[in-house]
Structures are given as C-alpha cells and as structure tokens.
Design a protein around this ligand. Sequence first.
Ligand code: MG
Ligand code: MG
Length: 268
Amino acid sequence: MIIPKTREEIELMRESALIVSKTLGMLASEVKPGVTTLYLDKLAEEFIRDHGAIPGFLGLYNFPNTLCMSPNAQVVHGIPNNNPLEEGDIISIDCGAIKNEFYGDHAYTFAVGEIDPEVEKLLQVTKESLYVGIREFKAGNRVGDVGYAIQKHCEAHGYGVVRDLVGHGLGRKMHEDPNMPNYGRRGRGKKFIEGMVVAIEPMINMGVKEIKFLRDGWTVLTKDGKPSAHFEHDVALVNGKPELLSTFKYVYEALGIESNEEDEFRQA
Ligand code: MG
Ligand code: MG
C-alpha cells in the first residue's frame, strides 16, 4: 500500500534528504586516489551524527556500515574496506540518514581522478536517465512509465539495465510501496498519487544487465566485470508534479560543476 505524505511530512523528508545531500557533498571533496572507502565511511557517519541524524543504513537488514561503497564493477551494496581508491576508478556512494523518523536515501557515482571517456559516458547517461525517469513521475502516470523511460534512454546507448534491484517508496521506512523498477512498460503498474515519495535510482551497467553476488552476501557485481553506475534522488509528488527533495548541489559545489539540471523539479 502506498503511504502518501502530508505537506508537513514532505518538508521533514526534505530535511532528511538534505542531510544526505550534504554528506555526499562533503565526500565529494574527499574522494581521491589513496583514500580508503572505510575512511570515507567514518567521515560520513560523523557528519550525519553531527547534523542530528542517524545513519540510515547502519544495522538496516544487518548492513555493517554507514555507506554502501561500490567501486567499478560493483553495482550497489559494496561494504567499505581498507582498499585505497585508485586513479581511474569510479565509486558509487549510496547514503541514508534518518531525521524526525523519516529516511533520506541518495546516491552518486564519483570519478576518482581522470577516468576513461567511455566510463565518463556511462556516468553521464546514467545520471541523464535519472532525470528522464523523474520527469515521468507525475499525476496520471504509473510506475511503468518511469521504468520505461529510464530503460529506453540507457538501452539506446547499449547499456544493461539491472533488473534484480529497483527503486522504492520512501518514508518512515527505507523501503515502502511501490517498487520503482528502472525498466517497464508504459501505462503499467501502480498509479502515482499526490503526496507519495519515491527514491528513483537507475543502476546501469556498461555491459550486460546480469549481476552476481559476492560471498559476503551483500556486494552486487556486474556478471561481465564491466563498470556500473548508480545515481539516486528522493522525489515527492506535489501538485501533480515531481518535486526533488534531495540535491546534487553540494557535490557540484565541491567539484566546481555548473548545472541547472534540477531546476525543472523545484516548485516555488
Ligand atoms: Mg540508496
Ligand atoms: Mg534507494
């Protein structure tokens, strides 16, 4: 059952999302060759607690850390460790926080130093597909419309759209109804309703769509060992239109990137 949120609850969820956005912004300045993912994890945990929030992933389904850190061929759910990042890596960082009992859940794939132009393209197309999907999250549409749009955008570039992992409703629980697949058919699935909040999160592989799991029971990898990218925003349906609760603004400030990509998803 989809649980719509009141305007007041949506503003609380914006606070939760913003803490995660700021955490990703802080991490953007720290991602560089030689840094370990475990070090970044500790920074993020401190940062979230200093902002009066609780790490949202730590202990959730028994996950051991604050961040999911998934380099290169890891799709999602990688566990932070003491391996240093290397020049040319990509690292998908997924972060959650709880404030006022509501979850924020938000992810960005960072380049570590200079990366291969083909990998850069994967990141760019995956992020584009996130906005292509968000644009379809509007009154009158259904879950399948978002998935269809994301799938079409990514497959046009020959990329594999992961099937086994999906976006989701968000609220007092990390995973609420409905599931939000990154693939689908137009006009199919649950109908969107005013006040609902979802995490839209394309997980896109440079090669095949198939995945496999590491023996740690968490880490998801591409089956062919090619890189994978992951971008995630939290979005509310307000006045029949998508309203972004999270923002990459802090990441872009840290990286010196100019962007107006989020403007169309902000209501006055
Ligand atoms: Mg996430
Ligand atoms: Mg999520």
